[in-house]
Design a protein around this ligand. Structure first.
Ligand SMILES: [Fe+2]
Length: 131
């Protein structure tokens, strides 16, 4: 699987830099997805999880800067913070060896797509209309 398999034109939020970052999130997700059947490599798995979750945090703070003047920015920040808390729980589960990777990989794909399309897409569209 590569980015062209998962990325669809409707995922674009109309902001080239944010689209580039969203694509990179999917690249990192693809890496994690590819490890589902070789879960005995705990170190590689941990690195794949951390690569995605660390980049998520960088991306969120970047996106929040671009969206800073949107009237509902605080709600968006809360959604991001809740997701980061969720990723921290996943890392705890990983270290406790209770993480179900298949469930997490599916959850991450669904969350990313829905958030990008429903939330990011709406916010960027509304900002563009305002200016
Ligand atoms: Fe977002």
């Amino acid at each position: 699987m590569d980015i062209t398999t998962i990325w669809k034109p409707e995922y674009s939020v109309g902001h080239p830099e944010i689209d580039r970052q969203h694509k990179y999130l999917f690249e990192l997700w693809i890496m994690l997805d590819s490890m589902k059947n070789q879960q005995d490599n705990r170190l590689s798995l941990e690195q794949a999880l951390l690569s995605l979750f660390d980049y998520v945090e960088i991306h969120f703070s970047n996106e929040e800067e671009y969206l800073a003047t949107h009237p509902e920015i605080e709600q968006h920040k809360t959604i991001h913070a809740d997701f980061i808390a969720q990723t921290n729980t996943f890392m705890e589960d990983f270290h406790n060896e209770t993480l179900d990777l298949h469930t997490v990989v599916d959850f991450l794909r669904d969350w990313l797509i829905e958030h990008i399309v429903e939330t990011d897409g709406r916010y960027f569209k509304e900002l563009a209309q305002k200016s």
